[in-house]
Design a protein around this ligand. Structure first.
Ligand SMILES: C[S@@+](CC[C@H](N)C(=O)[O-])C[C@H]1O[C@@H](n2cnc3c(N)ncnc32)[C@H](O)[C@@H]1O
Length: 272
C-alpha cells in the first residue's frame, strides 16, 4: 500500500526539521524503500505503522533513525581528486609558511560520512608533508549520523570500498589487512577526532579552522540553510582559511561572507 500524501508530507517535514535535508514530495517512493528496513528492524508491520509511531512521539529515537535512513551517505576515497591536488600544491604549502611559528593546523571535515574523506586528507598530509609530523595537526571529522560515524571511527573498509579511489601504494602503507577487510592503521586514525554534529543545529565550541571540507552535503539544504551555515562557518575559520565544497556545489547567488577563488582550475572559498 502506497503512503498517503499526508504521511509523505509529514515525513518530509520531519527530515527537513531535523537535518535540513530537503526531500520533495515527488520523492515519496524513496521514503517507502528507505523506511521499510527501518520499520522491519523496529518490529513494525509497515511504513504506515512507523509513521503512526513517529506521530505519537512514543519512540523518540525513531525520529533519528528515520532521518539517518533518508540521508545520502555516498562517499569514496580521494573523491574528485582535485581538492587533494589543491591541498598538496597550494593550500598546505601556504599554511606551512603562515603557521610556521605556532606549528598548528586545524582541519574540519564536516559531513564526513563513513570516513573516506578525512582519511584521504590525513593520507595526503602524511605522504606529502613529513614536516607536519612535528606539528600539532588535528582533523575533526563530524557527521549527523551515529551509525555512519561509528563506521568512520572503526576505519574498517571492504575490498570494494578500498577499490574506490584509494591508490594501491596508500593501501599498502596506511592499512592493515583484517580478514576480508582493510583497517586504517592507528598512526593515521590518531590524527582524526570524530564528533557527532548536526550542521543545521547550534554548533559546539570549535577551534579556528585553517581548512574546511564541507563537500556534497549542502546540496541537500535550502538556500537559507546554506547561508546560515556559511555565516556560522565564517566565525569559526581563520581569516586566511580555505573552504572546499563539492564539485556540483556553488554558493554563487547566495549571500555569504566568502569569496570564490579558482586555483589551477579548482574552486575554493576564502573569507571576505
Ligand atoms: C553524500 S555524503 C558526503 C560525504 C563526504 N563529504 C563526501 O563528499 O564524500 C553526505 C553526508 O552528510 C551527512 N549529513 C546530512 N545532513 C547533515 C546535517 N544536517 N549535519 C551533518 N551532517 C549531515 C550525511 O549523514 C552524510 O554522511
Amino acid at each position: 500500500m502506497a503512503l498517503m500524501e499526508s504521511d509523505i508530507a509529514f515525513l518530509c517535514d520531519v527530515v527537513a526539521n531535523v537535518s535540513g535535508n530537503v526531500i520533495s514530495s515527488e520523492q515519496g517512493y524513496l521514503l517507502e524503500s528507505r523506511l521499510r528496513p527501518v520499520a522491519e528492524s523496529e518490529g513494525l508491520a509497515s511504513v504506515e505503522t512507523l509513521v503512526r509511531e513517529l506521530r505519537s512521539g512514543r519512540q523518540p529515537k525513531l525520529e533519528s533513525r528515520v532521518v539517518e535512513a533518508m540521508t545520502i551517505n555516498e562517499t569514496f576515497f580521494f573523491r574528485d581528486q582535485h581538492p587533494y591536488e589543491l591541498l598538496r600544491s597550494t593550500i598546505v604549502p601556504q599554511l606551512l609558511q603562515a603557521r610556521q611559528s605556532e606549528k598548528k593546523l586545524s582541519i574540519w571535515c564536516a559531513a564526513c560520512s563513513s570516513g573516506q574523506e578525512p582519511y584521504s586528507i590525513a593520507m595526503c598530509l602524511r605522504d606529502h608533508f613529513p614536516e607536519l609530523n612535528t606539528w600539532d595537526v588535528k582533523i575533526i571529522a563530524s557527521d549527523l549520523s551515529d551509525a555512519i560515524l561509528q563506521k568512520a571511527k572503526n576505519g574498517l573498509y571492504s575490498q570494494f570500498e578500498v577499490n574506490r579511489g584509494l591508490p594501491a601504494k596508500y593501501l599498502v602503507r596506511f592499512f592493515d589487512r583484517d580478514g576480508m577487510n582493510w583497517q586504517v592503521k592507528p598512526e593515521l586514525r590518531q590524527l582524526l577526532e570524530f564528533r557527532k554534529m548536526n550542521l543545521t543545529k547550534p554548533w559546539p565550541t570549535l577551534p579556528k579552522f585553517d581548512i574546511v571540507f564541507i563537500r556534497n552535503v549542502m546540496i541537500y539544504f535550502s538556500n537559507p540553510t546554506k547561508e546560515d551555515i556559511l555565516r556560522r562557518l565564517r566565525k569559526t575559520v581563520a581569516p586566511d582559511a580555505y573552504v572546499l565544497l563539492g564539485g556540483g556545489e556553488t554558493i554563487l547567488n547566495l549571500n555569504t561572507p566568502f569569496t570564490r577563488h579558482s586555483v589551477a582550475g579548482t574552486v575554493c572559498y576564502r573569507p571576505q
